[in-house]
Design a binder for this molecule. Structure first.
Ligand code: SF4
Length: 250
């Protein structure tokens, strides 16, 4: 019998503590925020439309790059006074591309960011969460980006799946590798459905669910970086005793 997802969550939370996602760099160093904008004990984020815009921008810029590179691009945007969709639309695409250059694929991301800004700017109320389907119809917004936006920028209880999640859950035998489709979007939907059907059996309130999804994704990323990497470092892994894939100590 594989370990339950809730147990995984509790073990990782106890081991690593709250992760304070999604970081909002514009608040870095303020009370409750660390120097990179992580906020482990503040749940009501985004506080403002500028915060929401920064989270949405980060979700697009982080595609295929590390967060460190995204931070550099966000700093450059802030230095230029870009803190809303309308600010992005006032820039030429080449100027925007030069500002976000550190995030990589900057010409492609400038196109995506401008098209996303135009869509957001045309909405009557940017604080209203959009339908997932609507986000997925936008240029360059796939399931992981859409779900990250819904969860962290609009506080919707959506479970974000990434490669770290798939790797951890298959290693723990929570999700069976044989059942996972090869096609990326079908794989994403399959793993997400399988997680949700397991979690739906757990007695958690909708508020707890939001907190669980917000924290769980961040904890899985942390765990992948510290232990469950492509070449896992199983020694001292907090999930080791529950993991059928634990590699023997060197
Ligand atoms: S024991 Fe190893 S394979 Fe299993 S979760 Fe930990 S790091 Fe990953």
């Amino acid at each position: 019998m594989p370990i339950s997802l809730l147990r995984v969550y509790r073990i990782l939370l106890e081991h690593y503590g709250p992760q304070g996602w999604w970081p909002v760099a514009r608040h870095a160093g303020e009370p409750g925020f660390d120097k990179n904008g992580y906020h482990p004990n503040i749940w009501r984020i985004p506080k403002t439309e500028e915060d929401r815009w920064e989270i949405l921008t980060g979700a697009i810029l982080t595609q295929n790059t590390s967060w460190k590179n995204v931070e550099l691009a966000l700093v450059a945007l802030r230095a230029e006074g870009i803190s809303a969709a309308s600010d992005v639309l006032s820039l030429t695409e080449s100027k925007l591309a030069s500002l976000i250059r550190p995030s990589g694929y900057y010409n492609q991301k400038a196109k995506r960011l401008r098209s996303f800004a135009a869509w957001l700017n045309a909405r009557p109320n940017p604080a209203d969460p959009p339908a997932r389907k609507e986000l997925l119809s936008l240029v360059g917004i796939g399931p992981e980006t859409a779900d990250s936006m819904l969860l962290y920028a609009w506080n919707q209880p959506v479970f974000v799946v990434d490669l770290y999640t798939i790797r951890l859950l298959t290693r723990l035998s929570i999700v069976s590798t044989e059942e996972i489709p090869m096609q990326p979007i079908r794989r994403y939907e399959h793993v997400q459905k399988s997680i949700l059907s397991r979690l739906s059996r757990s007695p958690v309130s909708s508020q707890e669910r939001l907190r669980l999804y917000t924290e769980m994704h961040a904890l899985i990323v942390r765990h992948a970086k510290e232990h469950c990497a492509a070449r896992p470092k199983c020694a001292q892994c907090p999930l080791g005793r529950y993991c059928p894939s634990q590699s023997p100590s060197p």
